[in-house]
Design a protein around this ligand. Structure first.
Ligand SMILES: Cc1cc2nc3c(=O)[nH]c(=O)nc-3n(C[C@H](O)[C@H](O)[C@H](O)COP(=O)(O)OP(=O)(O)OC[C@H]3O[C@@H](n4cnc5c(N)ncnc54)[C@H](O)[C@@H]3O)c2cc1C
Ligand SMILES: *[C@@H]1O[C@H](CO)[C@@H](O)[C@H](O)[C@H]1NC(C)=O
Ligand SMILES: *[C@@H]1O[C@H](CO)[C@@H](O)[C@H](O)[C@H]1NC(C)=O
Ligand SMILES: *[C@@H]1O[C@H](CO)[C@@H](O)[C@H](O)[C@H]1NC(C)=O
Ligand SMILES: *[C@@H]1O[C@H](CO)[C@@H](O)[C@H](O)[C@H]1NC(C)=O
Length: 533
């Protein structure tokens, strides 16, 4: 790959030729008072759309949850119909490679490293489409489903489904994310051991490809595109609608936490539970390293009004492991569910005095992180940098991983939780774009810290980034066969290694569906073909 500043090509090509590094891009922008695209985006003004374009400086479209990368687009499309998206992409496609224009679908912008941004390109505000296109629940069928705009938030999908006594099966821990955004990654939570990730729970999609074609796809129809966009990091098309299977929704959940001091016992119990015939409905876990406070630990949302109960969970210099479980039930089954839980818990080897059971409505459980969001927002701890790192670790390497990382590289978890839980690969479809580790069982390990603004030491962004780098170096040197989730790499070589034997298919799909590399430039995987001439 050529260095961007030594290229003899035009400015347009230079932009496409950036070597994935923010620094280069920022330098580039600084030395080029670049209105390179003014003429190209001006042509958008002639496009007939039902929604509208905005061309003024748009800070919103250059922000995400990671809060570290800020690329300004030249234009933002607020679509109200799928045809708005199709005609915009087709317009850019017909301009050919010289335009250098890129397009990023922006769901709820909860990416970590600018993945939903498009430097001087066009950002499509997918939530605008979500506002217009009504959700439709089909409840009368033997296999009920919901048809939903990809710009819709999962919390709204849940609310609408519940009106019919139904619910999707597989979730993320946080529901203020769009359908299109999580399906472009995977959508993993404590239900994935049983139902697979969200990308394993889709009947049908409507997609606008990188050539502006609107294509309906499923297992039966246009299956290659269907599988490509699931976990496809936005590379092959903009998902505009999804058909999501539903099941009868429970009213309540029993929410259970128990603690372990021994990692082997913890993982043995987790692995037992995800494989058992009769088991819980949700299985996750946390590593707790020298935790001093609890409110910070928003994802686990211990009840701060209950300090006595909470105090026993302070880890006090030690590393502890918390198993988190739920069992769904309806009020008339309360007695039975208690019996069932008792029997399931009797198979486990947690520290007996640490059992903590509570009961909440199904929606309150699923939307639990939103409550924590309110608390953090009120303290100014939400719109701050989030140097998150998500890894998938093969089961056989989990002990080496834990020994090297918990308590050694990660010396406390006061800045945000560390999730640890296993899933079974048989629930993941290897025809999708998603790559898993090469083992039947692998662990989701999510480091989810926030950097406290203008702090130094262990709360600073620099320190937390250095911890992440040490973790990545460790898994690399120990050759643990780890894959990143919500992956981020700086070069195409690294992307190729990430995909491994699946790279060829991934690249072939790119040339089939988005040959000009117009879509999702923020992922930094492909460049406009002209830039590598
Ligand atoms: C607080 C929080 C909790 C989270 N919890 C979980 C969790 O439990 N499990 C989990 O799996 N993930 C979790 N995530 C990660 C989350 O799933 C991803 O960041 C997801 O991309 C966010 O959705 P979004 O709508 O904000 O997407 P965006 O950030 O807007 O977009 C993500 C990527 O997908 C592309 N994209 C967006 N919409 C479309 C579309 N319609 N068609 C094609 N491409 C599109 C974008 O261009 C971008 O490249 C969490 C994130 C946060 C911030
Ligand atoms: C553009 O569309 C958005 C979303 O539909 C809408 O909120 C906004 O008012 C529109 N702006 C103009 C100038 O029409
Ligand atoms: C994973 O799931 C498959 C298919 O259901 C099953 O055969 C296998 O035993 C499971 N593996 C473990 C370790 O539970
Ligand atoms: C745990 O945290 C406390 C307070 O931050 C610190 O003083 C102590 O050294 C830490 N213990 C370990 C084992 O890291
Ligand atoms: C996907 O999994 C199936 C069944 O395990 C296997 O036969 C096939 O070779 C795998 N395909 C790829 C591309 O890995």
């Amino acid at each position: 790959m050529r260095h961007p500043f030594t290229s003899s090509h035009s400015n347009v090509v230079l932009i496409r030729n950036f070597t994935f590094t923010a620094v280069y891009i920022l330098c580039f922008v600084a030395v080029n008072p670049s209105l390179v695209f003014s003429s190209t985006t001006t042509s958008l003004k002639t496009l007939q759309v039902h929604g509208n374009f905005t061309f003024e400086r748009n800070e919103f479209a250059s922000r995400d949850f990671g809060n570290r990368i800020h690329f300004l687009p030249s234009a933002v499309l607020h679509p109200v119909k799928v045809s708005d998206i199709a005609s915009t992409i087709k317009h850019v496609w017909q301009m050919g490679p010289d335009s250098g224009l890129t397009i990023a679908a922006r769901g709820h912008g909860h990416s970590l490293q600018g993945q939903a941004q498009a430097l001087q390109g066009i950002v499509i505000n997918m939530e605008s489409l979500g506002l217009q296109e009504k959700m439709q629940v089909y409840s009368g069928k033997s296999l009920p489903y919901v048809d939903v705009s990809a710009g819709e938030l999962w919390i709204n999908v849940l609310r609408e489904s519940l009106k019919h006594g139904l619910s999707p099966k597989s979730w993320t821990d946080y529901l203020h994310l769009t359908v299109g955004g999580t399906l472009s990654n995977a959508g993993i939570s404590g239900q994935a051991f049983r139902h697979g990730p969200q990308i394993s729970n889709v009947y049908q999609l409507e997609v606008v490809t990188g050539k502006g074609a609107v294509v309906v796809c499923s297992e039966e129809k246009n299956a290659d595109l269907f599988h490509a966009v699931l976990g496809g990091l936005g590379q092959f098309g903009v998902i505009t609608r999804a058909r999501i299977p539903l099941e009868p929704a429970p009213k309540m959940v029993k929410w259970i936490r128990v603690l372990y001091s021994d990692f082997s016992t913890f993982t043995r119990d987790q692995e037992h539970l995800i494989s058992a015939e009769n088991t819980f409905d949700y299985i996750e876990g946390l590593a707790i390293v020298n935790r001093t406070g609890l409110v910070n630990n928003w994802r686990s949302s211990f009840n701060p009004e209950d300090p006595v109960r909470a105090s026993q969970f302070v880890s006090d210099g030690r590393t502890l492991f918390c198993l988190e479980l739920t069992k769904n039930f309806n009020p008339d089954e309360a007695a039975d569910v208690d019996k069932e839980i008792k029997s399931l818990l009797s198979q486990l080897n947690y520290i007996p005095s640490t059992l903590f059971v509570t009961e909440v409505s199904y929606i309150d459980f699923l939307d639990r992180v939103h409550l924590a969001e309110h608390k953090l927002r009120s303290k100014g701890l939400w719109d701050i940098p989030h140097p998150w790192l998500n890894l998938l670790v093969p089961k056989s390497k989990m002990h080496v991983f834990a020994e090297g990382v918990f308590g050694k590289i990660v010396t406390d978890t006061n800045n945000g939780p560390v999730l640890v839980y296993p899933v079974n690969k048989s629930k993941w479809d290897n025809r999708t774009s998603f790559v898993t580790p090469d083992e039947d069982i692998f662990y989701v390990v999510a480091f989810l810290p926030h950097a406290v603004p203008s702090s130094t030491g262990e709360n600073s962004l620099e320190y937390l980034l250095s911890v992440n780098q040490r973790i990545l170096d460790f898994v690399e040197e120990a050759d643990l066969g780890v894959k990143q989730y919500l992956p981020h790499y700086k070069s195409q070589e690294e992307w190729q290694r990430h995909f491994g034997s699946r790279w060829e298919v991934f690249a072939r799909r790119k040339s089939d569906y988005d040959p000009l590399a117009i879509l999702a430039p923020g992922q930094g995987i492909f460049q406009n073909p002209i830039s590598v001439l």
